[in-house]
Design a binder for this molecule. Structure first.
Ligand SMILES: [Zn+2]
Length: 371
């Protein structure tokens, strides 16, 4: 027997459990329910537009096996690792657990999750092949337990260590990992001291443009991407068009640009250069799951930063000559006060960019627009 019932979307959603609505039905009703009447819904439907995917993927994790929606961070990675949808891949990032991302690529995440590091710092292992030798990217914070996890996850000896940059959640474990493997270390020392791992001493200093032929048909190219840090490098795994972005692109959170080592103009320029010059399919961030549509993600970051810059300009226009402290609540009115310490650094980065663009000037701590 088929029962029929006319309901408004909101009424159906309120009874979702009783009506046993499938996820796609529920999501469709949520989408449709946003429109005040049929007219406005049809007007929207006639417009050229992007339709959000509703197709869930099945994953496993701390809540057991469950559908994972496209707006969840694990969704893209589940599609790559478990295309047939057996639910064998994980929707959580579990510190210390090795995740095989491809035959030549493994991820182990450090147990240092926080508001700054998201689910923790990712260490990547790549290589393998006939010699079964491996490279490690970003060994992470000083944590012997994590170094143990990296060594346990590596199927063979680690011969090379690369550092995207030298913030204290990325490179301090380089020294103990080198001590236990004898690997050669590649990266660049920092010119500044704040938040930096002063112990970092590369055997080979990178400049950008270097290519490394690693075992297992693995070619890694270093790309200098200053902005988050002046000594920041992304590494491109050419065979998979996969970019290790360190903190240049993070999943889930806005990258902190902390002057003077952090530089907003350089950050945006580094993103633009990646978009213009590289063929990319995947991002392997320093924090978070694998991400698809790299250029779209990067363009989104640029747009977000320029929107923030526009707010800085609007606030300067409205307030006249003011110190940065007075601008903060106005420019970051959408950011929780507990994050204002970080926002303060980013605001300074925006102001310095505007000054170097010739759009703003500062005297005695007071900022104003020029001309
Ligand atoms: Zn960093």
């Amino acid at each position: 027997m088929t029962e029929q019932l006319w309901l408004r979307p909101a009424e159906a959603l309120a009874r979702a459990n009783e009506l046993k609505l499938m996820t796609p039905t529920q999501k469709s009703l949520e989408m449709v329910g946003k429109y005040r009447d049929v007219e406005s819904l049809l007007a929207w439907a006639r417009e050229p537009r992007e339709v959000a995917l509703i197709m869930p993927r099945v994953g496993s994790g701390s809540q057991g096996m469950r559908p994972v929606m496209p707006d969840e961070f694990a969704w893209a990675e589940l599609g790559r690792l478990d295309p047939a949808g057996h639910g064998t891949s994980c929707y959580d990032i579990q510190p210390g657990a090795a995740v095989q991302l491809s035959p030549r690529l493994i991820r182990v995440t450090a147990n240092n999750g926080s508001i700054m590091t998201g689910p923790g710092t990712n260490t990547y292992l790549l290589g393998g092949g006939a010699t079964n030798e491996w490279a490690a990217i970003d060994p992470g914070p000083l944590d012997e337990g994590h170094v143990d996890a990296i060594l346990a996850a590596a199927p063979g000896p680690i011969r090379w260590i690369f550092a995207t940059h030298t913030h204290t959640d990325h490179s301090p474990a380089v020294a103990p990992l080198k001590a236990r493997t004898g690997a050669t270390v590649y990266g660049q020392r920092s010119a500044h001291s704040q938040w930096q791992d002063a112990s970092f001493t590369p055997d080979v200093s990178l400049e950008g443009g270097e290519r490394f032929e690693l075992p297992g048909d693995t070619t890694l190219r270093a790309i200098h991407t200053p902005g988050h840090a002046s000594n920041h490098f992304c590494f491109l795994l050419e065979q998979e068009k996969l970019l290790f972005t360190g903190d240049h692109v993070m999943q889930a959170s806005t990258v902190v640009i902390n002057p003077p080592d952090g530089d907003m103009a350089a950050y945006i320029e580094s993103l633009r250069s990646l978009i213009a010059n590289e063929d990319l399919e995947w991002i392997a961030p320093g924090h978070g799951f694998l991400m698809t549509q790299p250029k779209r993600a990067m363009q989104g970051i640029i747009t977000h930063r320029l929107k923030r810059e526009a707010k800085v300009i609007a606030a300067l226009r409205a307030l006249g000559a003011v110190d940065a402290e007075a601008l903060l609540p106005r420019v970051y009115d959408d950011v929780q006060p507990r994050l204002h310490a970080m926002a303060r650094r980013s605001l300074l980065a925006h102001l310095l960019k505007l000054r170097s663009d010739g759009a703003a000037e500062e005297t005695g701590g007071a900022w104003r627009l020029r001309g």
